[in-house]
Write a protein that binds this ligand. Structure first.
Ligand SMILES: Cc1cc2nc3c(=O)[nH]c(=O)nc-3n(C[C@H](O)[C@H](O)[C@H](O)COP(=O)(O)O)c2cc1C
Length: 175
């Protein structure tokens, strides 16, 4: 099976997640390709059997390179087996309101671009003060302090549950 793994990222965690998925599927003997969506030009997706896309939520939206890629390629993507990895900090928690809003944000993306993934996984991302500017760092410190009192304000912290991701991936694409 030939699988394309595309990602958009701002602070790097969605790229880490895409790389993890890439290594895991490559280890299984799948033919995989990794693509940064900001570098994606005209793509012929008919060469692939499946596509996995990973992208973060920032202020309630996914990055432009993702929505642009989807708008251009929605028809081809809808004809393939697809998985969307939606990366956020809200996915680390259990707040029902926040989970409703995660579903809404993913639903808005589908309405805006015409792409309906076969499956969407909400994946917890990371807190990366090493990557933030001063204002973003100030805002994120307050958000993370409320969510995770154990987080150290100046230290990067990854919330992605790699074992859960592997299990969900195996469920979507049995080896
Ligand atoms: C400016 C900013 C805004 C964010 N907005 C949201 C948000 O609206 N909802 C959420 O759950 N997480 C939000 N996050 C957390 C990111 O989704 C999380 O840090 C993710 O790991 C970022 O992925 P990336 O490293 O691939 O950019 C935000 C982070 C930043 C820095």
């Amino acid at each position: 099976m030939k699988i394309l793994i595309g990602y958009a990222t701002k602070e790097g965690q969605s790229r880490e997640i895409a790389r993890h998925v890439f290594r895991r599927l490559a280890d299984q003997g799948q033919a995989v390709e990794l693509l940064g969506l900001k570098d994606a030009e005209d793509m012929d997706l008919s060469a692939y059997d499946a596509v996995i896309l990973a992208a973060p939520i920032h202020a309630g939206h996914y990055p432009k390179p993702l929505s642009h890629f989807l708008s251009v390629n929605a028809d081809q993507l809808n004809a393939l087996k697809t998985l969307f990895l939606s990366v956020s900090l809200a996915a680390h928690g259990h707040d029902a309101e926040e989970w409703r809003s995660l579903d809404e944000i993913a639903g808005d993306l589908a309405s805006a671009t015409g792409w309906t993934p076969n499956r969407t996984l909400q994946v917890a991302g990371a807190y990366r003060p090493s990557q933030y500017d001063i204002l973003t760092g100030f805002i994120m410190r307050r958000i993370v302090a409320k969510r995770d009192p154990d987080a150290k304000p100046g230290e990067d912290k990854v919330y992605t549950d790699w074992d859960q991701l592997d299990a969900d991936l195996s469920d979507w694409l049995p080896a």
